[in-house]
Design a protein. Structure first.
Length: 283
């Protein structure tokens, strides 16, 4: 798989995150807040995502080549359709995408105009997800997109949380299937409540977020041969949730992830990533 394709999948997972971000209830410093996904029916939010990536082959046949830098921009709209069978319905539309250098843009072209109809339960777990093109036809990327949404979703904690409290979730990464992993490739994310902000009728939750990769090698099918894939590194940052909106307002994360393949012409790729996501017109 090309570096541009890997970057496109990473950007897609980041974009999918905002389709499943929400909370409800509680206020005040020192208070315990019960986080539930209850966004207002009919609400429409527009987002801008920017992801700066730097990729370098550290070992393998291409290690002597210079690194590559890619910047991805994705604009999309999240519309809350409201209660439906199994939970809350959300429609996510990818309005526009771009990638610099422009010659790498085809890796994102298939996302432009896609619509995702997703249903979440109150703890923000995916009940169902369906992707279609502008013409209403099933997308050829459906499997990858569904894995991206499910992988980017983090279940809200069962119990109320206050400043200093944290919870950890483990999710299957869409990147694993794209790289031919035979077994699930997982990441582990810890979110900690840094602050509870009260402003008028709204309460916002500031979270620190840290994603790591367990590091266990996973078998993959590489050029018809069995090899192993291993991820390492840390992606960390901060998120802000609005309880009144039931949505993510902003997020900034960054760090380095290494992808190592042993056997079948092994290699190690280091990917530095800085991601900025904001609700247009938000804080």
């Amino acid at each position: 798989m090309t570096a541009a394709r890997i970057l496109a999948l990473a950007a897609l997972a980041a974009a999918a995150l905002t389709a499943c971000s929400g909370a409800g209830g509680g206020s005040g410093r020192g208070a315990k807040v019960t986080l539930r996904y209850r966004p207002p029916a009919g609400a429409t939010y527009q987002y801008a995502l920017e992801q700066q990536n730097s990729v370098k082959m550290e070992t393998g046949p291409k290690a002597q080549l210079p690194g590559k830098e890619v910047t991805v921009h994705i604009y999309y709209t999240q519309a809350v359709t409201g209660p439906t069978a199994g939970g809350i319905g959300v429609t996510l539309t990818y309005d526009s995408t771009s990638m610099t250098p422009a010659d790498r843009a085809p890796a994102l072209d298939q996302m432009r105009g896609l619509t995702s109809n997703v249903v979440y339960d109150e703890r923000m777990r995916v009940v169902s997800a369906r992707f279609t093109s502008l013409k209403g036809e099933p997308s050829p990327l459906t499997d990858q997109l569904e894995r991206s949404v499910k992988g980017a979703t983090f279940p809200l904690p069962e119990s109320a949380v206050g400043v200093g409290d944290s919870w950890t979730t483990e999710t299957e990464m869409a990147l694993g299937a794209a790289l031919g992993a035979i077994a699930p490739l997982k990441s582990r994310t810890t979110r900690r409540v840094k602050e509870i902000q009260v402003a008028g009728a709204d309460t916002s939750i500031v979270l620190s977020v840290e994603t790591t990769f367990p590091g266990e090698p996973v078998p993959i099918n590489q050029r018809g041969q069995t090899a192993t894939l291993q991820l390492s590194g840390t992606i960390a940052g901060e998120e802000l949730f609005s309880l009144a909106k039931g949505a993510l307002v902003r997020s900034t994360t960054g760090g380095t992830m290494r992808i190592s393949v042993t056997g079948a012409g092994g290699m190690t790729m280091a990917m530095q990533q800085q991601t900025s996501l904001k609700m247009m017109g938000g804080q």
